[in-house]
Design a protein around this ligand. Sequence first.
Ligand code: NDP
Length: 475
Amino acid sequence: PQAQIGVTGLAVMGSNIARNFARNGYTVALHNRSVAKTDALLAEHGDEGSFIRSETIEEFVAALERPRRALIMVQAGAATDAVIDSLADAMEPGDVIIDGGNALYTDTIRREKALAERGLHFVGAGISGGEEGALNGPAIMPGGPAESYKSLGPLLESVAAEVDGVPCCTHIGPDGSGHFVKMVHNGIEYADMQLIGEAYDLLRRVLGLPTAEIADVFARWNTGALESYLVEITAEVLAQVDAETGKPLVDVIVDEAGQKGTGRWTVKSALDLGIPTTGIAEAVFARALSSSTEQRKAAAGLSAGTLAAAPTDKDTFIDDIHAALYASKVVAYAQGFDQIAAGSKEYGWDVDPGALATIWRGGCIIRAQFLNRIREAYAEDPQLPSLLLAPYFREAVEAGVDSWRRVVATAAATGIPVPAFGSSLSYYDALRSDRLPAALTQGLRDYFGAHTYRRTDKPGSFHTLWGGDRSEVTA
Ligand code: NDP
């Protein structure tokens, strides 16, 4: 045996990460259910480093140095379970199985438990960065036994992206923690993209800017506080001209957004944890609405009522949209980090938010300058109650709040949907409100269901005898 790492599942992600390991000087054992993929990889890229070909799982496992380290890159769900089972049967106590697919974190918790009983280490590693990242340096979020990270960590860190000499990979915590934070990462990615989409829509429909000019606006924004991979590629996608029609490509793409599930998982988890991750939820719902083709067609004739005219000062409104995008983005991240803190508490993971912001600075889809500020915020105050309260973000959001309100008000007045801008502003306003209408909700709940309420002026639980003389009793 001579391979330091093995990769099974050699579709795009697995092939590229195997090549990444080989390019970094490791000997990599290769395996795929259908051997054709293994041979295709060797034929095309076999000269990039040292690979060991295998046809069966037994051969694959036999090629690995001990403790054996095998990375699974197959479809999440049943396929992953099948591969884990066959690997586990061929391995020995102390060996490490890494699942680099997009597994649901509860599956990872279950698998880690089952494998631990057999003496095997199971590491659920979230990997972000798509095909390109897998090849040249992804962000890696491994969760699992701390002991396994000792031997596995250096390998993963050497193939991960790097920012300022710091690898975009760190041990996240036990069992499902790595896949959980990867899931929320993807949820934040949904929110980021929705906010970018709303900004684009306002520039297009309210200001009537030509697509090429909107591309320039995003390119300019990418040189400032919003500098990020997603804003950068927004400028590129908007600048793309369709060869066939000569129109901007974006204008010939069907406006129905797909989704593979990680955004939906994030929102389901947020609901279970009771965390208002509204930005991500609005983004998931916005994709669903865009794909409600029949309803949209049927509703196309609904009246917009009387619409206001567009703002007259174009440059001011562009700056307003920038401020709204920035502030809403802070809200989306604040909510995402709240969800991670809640998940960490629920499952006893002890996830370090600052370390997470650090590894998300490079390699992954949400990589952004912005994450440096988040990293600093948690370095300054690890107990931060909300990212919105970190001095830097507080100042930035407060400076832009008038713009944010103008954008949401203008969107409403001109009939442009801005679910993420709007709900983020409402979240901000709710969070800073002295009194919320939840007091009335409690009164109603007490009226119809005797659910009781607490009082502002004394401890205890109370109930009003709504059906009787309406006096108050102690519950
Ligand atoms: P796919 O998700 O398309 O999976 C294809 C691979 O799974 C093939 O190697 C296939 O083998 C194997 N496979 C499927 N079913 C089985 C089974 N029952 N037993 C054994 N092997 C099986 O590949 P990707 O490279 O796109 O993604 C791999 C993982 O990485 C997924 O979990 C994905 O969610 C995740 N991921 C993907 C990203 C992306 O940008 N694509 C980004 C981040 C994570 P065969 O060739 O024999 O059919």
